[in-house]
Design a protein around this ligand. Structure first.
Ligand SMILES: Cc1ncc(COP(=O)(O)O)c(C=O)c1O
Length: 358
């Protein structure tokens, strides 16, 4: 097994002459093995690990300078939105939050200052699908970088670099780690110059993961394919079951043939995953709270992608940092409930949701 190099520094052969490693903020052998593995599974040349998914996002944004503009999806993880609007906006970066379900929508927002397109697909929590190749085809000729947050799909189901993205981001806290026991983030890319810029940011800022955390993600990667197969099959059963329940309003899952992004999802993904969300016919927050407090197998918690099933209320939990008007405008209602379907016996999951929803 890859050892956990629990060390902050490395003995050198002579002043100025090291054996490949000098100080663990810059390099660590356990981290190096993970960075290489992550690059392989995303079909990329370079991997870079960070202490969290948002630290990886932060590193990408640090490529920009005041006056630069970013086109970002209007439906994405609340913490990414918070980082963009509360920290980078005041540093002079301008953000346009756009509905990217039609990639053409971004065209009017591209100008000489546009440096980055930021997309997440499937989106969190509404499971909208964004056509990665179409975004790349629009941005690339104008020299605009495309970064895709691939956390929801995982590299087992989707490889954005193959579709033209320049950078792939993961919150490895989720499917890559897979066991809800580590906070970790990573970037994977092909361009060596860009890699060197991001490596410089990584070591200068120092938001790096410890070796134990890298070991846990490495261990998670070994079962990613087995877990994802089960997340997908359990997810399909749960999504279809929910749709048939009389109390359910709408179910958002990209594996439904009538989902607006189905054709694109089928084209760019190898499966539909275990993430979904739904509303109740009774759209009151009280009705949602009753369901959220009645499940026994689905644990009420933030996060996703672990082996255990989780239930979440985006309005008060993962997406609370998005102002209510903005949330509602983007279809994220007060009663919306998000599920991360785990790998348990699917009958237990079905029974649990049936008794909680009624
Ligand atoms: C899609 C997505 N991207 C990024 C992040 C941030 O990752 P982390 O929590 O590891 O910082 C999350 C966290 O929930 C997420 O869901």
């Amino acid at each position: 097994m890859t050892p956990i190099y629990q060390t902050s520094t490395y003995v050198q052969s002579a002043p100025g002459l090291n054996k490949g490693y000098e100080y663990a903020r810059s390099q660590n052998p356990t981290r190096k093995v993970l960075e290489t593995a992550l690059a392989h599974i995303e079909n990329g040349k370079h991997g870079l690990c960070f202490s969290s998914g948002v630290a990886a996002t932060d590193a990408v944004l640090r490529l920009l300078v005041p006056g630069d503009e970013v086109i970002a999806a209007n439906d994405m993880y609340g913490g990414t939105y918070r980082l963009f609007t509360k920290l980078f906006e005041k540093m002079g970066i301008k953000f346009h939050f756009i509905n990217m379900q039609n990639a053409e929508n971004i065209k009017p927002y591209i100008n000489a200052n546009t440096k980055l397109i930021w997309a997440e697909t499937p989106t969190n929590p509404l499971m909208n699908i964004i056509d990665i190749a179409a975004l790349a085809a629009i941005g690339k000729p104008k020299g605009v970088l495309l970064c895709v947050d691939n956390t929801f799909a995982s590299p087992y189901l989707q490889n954005p670099l193959d579709l033209g993205a320049d950078i792939v981001l993961h919150s490895a806290t989720k499917y890559l780690g897979g066991h809800s026991d580590v906070i970790h983030g990573c970037l994977v890319l092909n361009d060596t110059v860009l890699r060197d810029q991001l490596y410089f940011i990584q070591k200068s800022v120092g938001a790096v993961p410890g070796p134990q955390d890298c070991f846990l993600v490495l261990r998670g990667l070994k079962t990613l394919h087995v877990r994802m197969d089960r997340h997908c099959s359990n997810g399909a059963v749960i999504a279809r079951m929910l749709r048939d329940l009389p109390a359910i309003g709408q179910v958002y899952w990209c594996g439904f043939e009538d989902h607006p992004g189905y054709a694109t999802a089928k084209n760019q993904m190898r499966g539909f995953g275990g993430m979904m969300s739904f509303t109740l016919k009774d759209d009151s927050p009280e009705a949602a709270l009753k369901v959220l407090s009645s499940t026994k197998v689905f644990a009420l918690a933030e996060s996703l992608g672990g082996v255990e099933s989780l239930i979440n209320h985006p309005a008060t939990m993962t997406h609370a940092s998005i102002p209510r008007e903005e949330r509602i405008r983007n279809g994220l209602s007060d009663s919306l409930i998000r599920l991360s379907v785990g790998i348990e016996d699917v009958e237990d999951l079905v029974d649990d949701l049936r008794q909680a929803i009624g």
